[in-house]
Design a binder for this molecule. Sequence first.
Ligand code: SAH
Length: 393
Amino acid sequence: MKIIIKPGREKSLLRRHPWVFASAIQPVDKEPASGSTVALIAPNGSFLARASYSPTSQIRARVWTFNDEPVDKEFFRKRIKTAIETRQKLKVESHSDSYRLIHGESDGLSGFVVDQYKDTFVLQSTTAGSEYWKDTVADLLVEETGIQNIYERSDVDVRELEGLKPITGILRGTIPNSQFPISEYDLKFNINIATGHKTGFYLDQRENRHRVGELAKDRDVLNCFCYTGGFSIHALANGAKSVLSVDSSGDALALLEENIALNRLPAERHTSREGDVFQLLRKFRDENRSFDMIILDPPKFAPTAAHAEKASRAYKDINLLAFKLLRHGGILATFSCSGGVDAALFQKIVASAALDAGIDAAISEYMSQGSDHPVSLHFPEGAYLKGLICVKG
Ligand code: SAH
């Protein structure tokens, strides 16, 4: 089936951006089936790309390939093999047994996320196109890697825009326990692929946890939005004097406590606190508490640019409070995983937080998502995680 692009709207496709909005295509006589493959044709009749069709989404088509080639099982095999080879080149396995194997558009597999946790894959399908090819991709993952077990975590809100219901459960193989330990550098983390956030763990912060941990020695650390303790465990393992971990999720904190035991870390140096970071930072300010290192790794405040203003206020609020709570020479490791806030804006927000806090600070390091979450040059939206390490004067 062919879809004709409106005059002028083929430009982004010529720049290899993989999304086609509903407003960019000529009306169709007969609507293609949800997820089926269509050929995108320029107004002058030339071939542009093959894409999956999403009848209900504003992103009406997502490109599989810019080449005039069949989109079939062998096509997906090539894509998966390339993704595997790319991860091998990155040497992620030298310091972790768990990493992202497929990162959506950046691996030419729009709608698919596949995280490998030891010998189990967790697959997330978010679009009509990925849903259409899900079983094929699951079969190929088994064929190409020999790994038998795949758990599905297609329980994200964006599926609704594609007319898809949430789906979770075993997709291939047998998974007797959804909770098991993985390793990151020399540390162990219990994860739960059925109930954990995202696919079970925030793999994108692996390198940043390691680096921030290295800087934590002899410091009193406050880890805000700690989840299952990623930064806290690295900090304790590196000789932090004390670590206070805050999260609103009791389940996450329970796993954090397990992770401390799993790594035989000094539990007496650690405190878990269930609560709201926004309120707690204010309380600590009123109590004149102070720390040598503060980590801010909040959830996505701005999924898209439309939420950027409100999100900016939230980022400024927590960064301002954190700067106030930091001792001189203290380190702030501050992150944003909002697609709607780019790195330049994030830096401006942090700068204005320092200004309003009345303090001087310098950026000593820029951080981003791990290399197993690559960013296609033609799909800058794939770069979502940004972080700054700031040293207070
Ligand atoms: N740093 C973590 C990932 C953090 S994810 C790691 O490396 O693994 C964000 C966390 O923020 C989630 O665990 C979520 O439960 C928590 N959260 C969201 N809103 C919160 C709030 N207002 N106060 C405290 N925690 C919050």
